[in-house]
Ligand binder design. Structure first.
Ligand code: CA
Length: 232
């Protein structure tokens, strides 16, 4: 069965253009021209991925993204989202906020690139579904397939991006990873010019897993390179 893409975009020309490219690649495409319609379709159709424009009538992309992530239906709450934004600085700011979008694409964009980003997300999800990916370090346990992380038996509250970054570090335990490697391995694409957002994720993760975040023992900084999962 072909994967279903929901495009929530009020500019009809862009929406139809995106649809054409995804359809050429064998995807099924649904279109919504405003936020409320998009939210309804996300619930009733349960698409495999959502392309979400930031500036929308009715309900903007930010609000809609948050509503989806908090949705009581798991399939809706975990649907991959690619945000379309008008400016690079906007994408930068949004990544820092970590609203739960999986990727950001800046307008004007190439629809081919958008399809490639979507495929990268699907590849990452398939890889994450590999049941062998359970990582342990002392009292820290991550089960990638179940998408759970616990510390001393208590659930760790990690955003989707933090989860992916921590799982990647654990998977490459003992090996120094550069920021761009981490972005590519964890987030499945190249956040061009946004490498410092990894630092934000690491800071948040350290606060959640390190006994003393100011003197991290698990995730160590490798000066001039990036980070390494050292472990306890
Ligand atoms: Ca728009």
């Amino acid at each position: 069965m072909s994967k279903k893409i929901l495009v929530i975009e009020d500019e009809g020309k862009i929406a139809r253009w995106v649809r054409t490219y995804f359809e050429q690649d064998g995807f099924t495409v649904l279109l919504a021209g405003d936020g409320p319609t998009g939210l309804t379709l996300a619930q009733t159709e349960q698409p495999d991925l959502i392309i979400l424009d930031l500036n929308l009538p009715g309900m903007d992309g930010l609000e809609l993204c948050q509503k989806l992530r908090r949705h009581r239906t798991k399939a809706v709450a975990h649907v991959p989202i690619i945000m379309l934004t008008a400016r690079v600085e906007e994408a930068d700011r949004l990544t820092g906020l970590d609203l739960g979008a999986d990727d950001y694409v800046t307008k004007p964009f190439s629809p081919k690139e958008l399809v490639a980003r979507a495929k990268a997300i699907f590849r990452r999800l398939e890889r994450d579904a590999d049941p062998s990916r359970v990582f342990k370090d002392g009292d820290l346990v991550m089960d990638v397939e179940a998408h759970t992380a616990t510390l001393a038996g208590h659930p760790l509250e990690l955003t989707p991006n933090e989860f992916a970054v921590l799982a990647t570090l654990l998977e490459h335990r003992g090996k120094a990873l550069s920021r761009s490697q981490l972005i590519e391995l964890a987030l499945g694409h190249d956040y061009e010019g946004l490498e410092r957002t990894i630092d934000v994720h690491i800071r948040h993760i350290r606060h959640k897993i390190e006994a003393n975040p100011a003197q991290p023992q698990r995730i160590v900084t490798v000066f001039g390179v990036g980070y390494r999962y050292e472990g306890l």
